[in-house]
Structure formats: C-alpha cells, structure tokens
Design a protein around this ligand. Structure first.
Ligand code: ATP
Ligand code: LTN
Length: 326
C-alpha cells in the first residue's frame, strides 16, 4: 500500500481541468492506497484573497472533493492550515532551497511576469508544496502536468537533505494522467484551463449551469479547416474538445474521429455540451447535499486530526535531523 498526497487551492470553483487532471485520479487511487487530500489554503494566500471568500471556497472545494467521489472514510481529507507542520517544514525546506532554482520555476515566471514586485510567498510557494508532500512520507503525488517542475523540486530537496544528513525523507513520484492531464482554455487552447483566467468562458466549472456550459463550448475557439481530427500542434482547439470528450466518456480519440467523419465542428460541440452537462449533473446534485451538511465540517476536523498524527512523527524526525530544539 502506497501513501498518496495531493492538494487543490481553494481559489475558486474547480474546473474540468482540475477534475480530469487531478480529482479523477484521487478517487481511483483511494481504493488501494492510503490517501491524503488537502485543501491548500496557505498556498492560496500567495496572492491576495478576500478572507470571507477564501473561507467559503475552502468548504466549496472540500464539498466538491466529496461530490466527485473522494470518500472521507477511505481518505484523509483536510485543510492545510489546520496542521501546523506544513508551515514549519516549509520553513526548514526554505533553508535548503536555492533562490536560483525557485526563480527558474515556470509558474513563478508566469505569475510574476510584468509585475514590478510580487510577494515572497509566490517565489517560495513550491517549497511549501514540497513540505506538504514530504511531511507525510508520500510515495505518489497525483497531479496535472503543470506541476511536473514542482514535483521535480520536491524530489531534489528530499534527495539533497537525505544526502547531507542521512535518510530523512521519502522521495516521492509524480503521477500524471494522460487523458485530460492538460485541459486547455476554451477561448485560447494554447494556454491551460485555469481558475484565475478573467474570461469565465475559458473554463467549465464543475458547478456551471447547463446554459453557461452550452455558451462556453459553442463559443470555443477552433480553426478554419473544418475537419475533426486530433492534432494538438495544428488544431489545438478541436484536439482539446476531443480530449475532454474522450476523458469524460471513456471513448478513444480514434473512435471519436471515426464517429465525426464528415461532420462539422457544430455537431461535435453540440454533443460535447450534452456529455459535459450529463457528466456534471450527478456531481452537482451531490455537491448541494454535502455543502449544506454538518458532516462536512466533522469530516474535515477528523481529517485534520488524522493528518496531524502523521505530521507530528515526521516533524520530530526532521527536528532531530537538523538539530532543532532540545
Ligand atoms: P489556477 O488555474 O488559478 O492557476 P489551478 O487550477 O491551476 O489554479 P490548483 O487548484 O492548485 O491550481 O490545481 C489543482 C490540480 O488541478 C493540480 O493537480 C493541477 O495540476 C490540476 N490542474 C489545474 N489546471 C489544470 C488543467 N488545465 N488541466 C489539467 N490539470 C489541471
Ligand atoms: N501547487 C499545486 C497545489 C498543491 C499541491 C500540493 C499539489 C499545493 N500543494 C501538494 C500536490 C501536492 C497547484 O497549484 N496545482
């Protein structure tokens, strides 16, 4: 049995990219592993957040985890700031990381581009992520492709500490899902679907109404060739729609290309609207039930207690390794 850890930021409503790139794997993995799924609120404040909105989003994301099938009895579901070891180990690892390697992170470059000054937390964000993972002796980290570089840094930090001080951390592996590993924005299929993009039609949130889903998909950017085939380089828009279709239905891309031979983009889009609406309906129904229930808070508190027990053991070991405390 392997230990699995992953996290999602409570910065907005979860979209199809988060679902297909990460959450779907969470559900599959919990059957045969010991899983910890975290709502990483300390990561969210690397950019300014409205405190009321943040608190609301923490519960929204937790309810969505459970609505897509993460079972708090099988997995440990909890909020990052409820376990102090994340921040503590984050500090220790900050003292092991080099500023050069942090400045090289593409996510930092993207989020700081064009800004005269950004918060230091944005730079050290990947170190806190490494702390999240290493705190639980994690073997596997299921994430979307965009996190590859951060996982590499986590491994580097673990290996660096182990080499210098003796074995302290488990060196984790990323697990990147092929279908849906990178869902692209509907309005610009060359950038990833994102919670923070200004245009709401660039993404489909798991809680979107059917009319919004329809509008976003029908408006999505394609190309002028008029042939439905998978070709990421030359046809990123159509390829993205086919990927989403395939990931939600389990049909292969080849089968879809065959089905749509001789059809126009309008047909593909119309059918995809139906597929998305039907896939999200049961999730939305479950979400409503869970979001209003008292069990949600109880499950998160229970999750935090179970996570804390593991974290305390690791922190004792880390303090000993570094010679901290008495
Ligand atoms: P933002 O879009 O605001 O940068 P985000 O959605 O990328 O936020 P998280 O909420 O931390 O950031 O992402 C949670 C998980 O979803 C991560 O594992 C991430 O890799 C995955 N993910 C995010 N966007 C996509 C995407 N477009 N395609 C596939 N996976 C994604
Ligand atoms: N950085 C990730 C979110 C995240 C995470 C983690 C993912 C924070 N800590 C630990 C996996 C494991 C993101 O932006 N998607």
């Amino acid at each position: 049995m392997s230990r699995v850890f992953s996290g999602v930021q409570p910065t907005g409503n979860i979209h199809l990219g988060n679902y297909l790139g990460a959450l779907k794997q969470f559900v599959e993995l919990q059957e045969e592993n010991e899983c910890l799924y975290c709502i990483v609120d300390e990561h969210a404040i690397t950019v300014p957040q409205d405190p009321k909105e943040l608190k609301k989003h923490i519960l929204d994301v937790a309810a969505l985890y459970m609505a897509v099938g993460v079972d708090p009895k099988k997995s440990i579901v909890f909020v990052q700031s409820q376990v102090s070891g994340h921040a503590e180990l984050g500090w220790v690892l900050n003292c092991c990381a080099n500023t050069g390697e942090l400045f090289r992170m593409t996510q930092f470059k993207a989020k700081s581009a064009g800004k005269e000054s950004v918060g230091a937390g944005l730079l050290t964000y990947p170190v806190l992520m490494a702390a999240d993972i290493l705190l639980y002796d994690t073997d596997i980290v299921p994430v979307g492709n965009d996190q590859k570089q951060h996982i590499e840094l986590t491994r580097d930090l673990a290996i660096r500490v182990n080499n210098k001080y003796g074995k302290t951390f488990v060196v984790p592996d990323g697990r990147f899902l092929k279908a849906g590993a990178r869902v692209m924005a509907l309005d610009d299929p060359t950038s990833k679907m994102s919670k923070s993009a200004v245009n709401e039609h660039s993404r489909i949130s798991l809680l979107d109404e059917p009319s919004k889903i329809k509008k976003s998909i029908m408006k999505s950017t394609t190309d002028s060739e008029g042939v439905i085939r998978f070709d990421i380089e030359n046809k990123p828009g159509v390829s993205n729609l086919l990927s989403i279709y395939s990931a939600l239905t389990g049909k292969t891309i080849e089968a879809l290309e065959k089905d749509y031979e001789g059809h126009g983009y309008g047909d593909l889009k119309k059918d995809l609207v139906e597929v998305v609406v039907e896939s999200l309906a049961p999730i939305q129904e479950k979400y409503k039930e869970i979001r209003e229930s008292k069990e949600l808070i109880d499950a998160l508190n229970d999750g935090a207690n179970r996570a804390e027990a593991i974290a305390q053991k690791t922190m004792k070991r880390v303090r000993d390794t570094f010679g901290l405390g008495l």
